[in-house]
Each structure stands twice: as C-alpha cells, then as structure tokens.
Write a protein that binds this ligand. Sequence first.
Ligand SMILES: [Zn+2]
Ligand SMILES: [Zn+2]
Length: 247
Amino acid sequence: MNAAAASVKCWFDAGIALVYPPVCQLCGEHRAAPQEGLVCSRCRAKVRYLQPPFCERCGLPCQGEITTPFSCANCRALDFHFRSARSAAAAGGVVLESMHRYKYQRAVWFEPFLADVFMREAVPGLRGQGWDLIVPVPLHPTKRREREFNQAERMAGYLSGATKIPLNKNLLRRVVPTRTQTLLTRQQRAANVRGAFAMRQGLRLRGQRVILVDDVFTTGATTDACARVLRAGGADEVCVWTVARGL
Ligand SMILES: [Zn+2]
Ligand SMILES: [Zn+2]
C-alpha cells in the first residue's frame, strides 16, 4: 500500500471507530455492525433494487411484460456513447440519504453498505461478459482535494476486487471544474460536462472493453461525456454501472 492509500485507509478506519455504540446511522434504533456500513437489516430491506425489464440502453426500468430488447423514448432521441447503463438501486430513500451523507458530510462508515448494494447487482450483471477494464468517473483535482476521496473510485475499487477485472483510475481526468449538476436541466447538464473530461496525456486504449463506474446515474450526461472520451481514446465498447439511478 502506498502512502496516499494508507492515509485514506487510516482516515476511513478512524471515521468508523468514532461511531459507538454501533447503532444504525439511518434509523438510530437498531444495532448495526461497522462491516455492514452501520445500516441495520430493517433499513437494508428498504433498498429498492431495480428490476427488469430495462431500457437496453439507459437501464430505465419499465413496467409490464416486455421480453424483447427495447429502448425508452428518451434513448430513441439520443445517441449515448456507451452501449448500456445499469444501476443497482433507485436513487431514493436509504440509498440516497446514505450516499449524500457519505459524499458531502464524510459519513465514511456508510461505504460498506453502499458497496454491498452495488456489488449485489453489478457482480452478477457483469459476469461472463469479457470486460477488460474498470474506470471510475474522475473528480476535478480541486474537488478531490476538498472531499479527500472520490466516491466513484472507491466503488470501482470494490467492483474490481469482486470481479478481478483490473481498475485504472488514472486513465481519465477531469480537466474542467464543472459546477454541480443537481439543479440543471438535461440540456444544461450535457453542456456543463461537454469537454470536461480527457484521457491522461500519452495514454491510449487498444480496443479494450471498459466498465465506467459512477455513484449516481441521472440523465447520463456525465457518463456519456466520459464514454465519448474513452471511445475516442481507443476503447472498443463502454458500459456504465452506477450504485443508484434517478427514476
Ligand atoms: Zn436502521
Ligand atoms: Zn433509455
């Protein structure tokens, strides 16, 4: 482990050790273990895992008995640079709350819970598909320094560990410090991230198939901007996996 990784690990362990007694950090009522992200079994049972059928492109779940591949109305009007996007759970309730506190309030003890939610769907979803590489959506260096960690990179690390697919967190970089996407429309989001990402200088892919990892999929603007750069940089194909998805 290098010095930077060791210091992050130390900081995570310290964050987790601060919470005592080990009570669920979402409901505050039931016991929960640190290795479960301090989320009790009742709160875990509230996670809304996404169920097929999905739009084959953006992963939007649809009602009904659809057995053939289909695209949603939105994807028929757009042309994403990724082949498909999938997410483990709906971005709401316990998942959204823990994700926000993890990202914005450094509630690092939620990490094992969020990683579990992600792994439960992504690991079987990717099995046997022959992907070569896992790449997280990067943060701009300024934001990365402020937050001290990149949540997409952390989740990508768990996925790499569970699937044994190599992780490359230095391939993409965020060259423009974009403003937060939260209050923007779909068109504004796309404009906001256009040109925000680049391959690290001197690096190119040679036909690899890449899994792009992010925390939340909303309109797909961010992941599409990254997929476009990866494809231009030599990736044969890109799929997206996120922990949560806006519906
Ligand atoms: Zn609870
Ligand atoms: Zn779609």
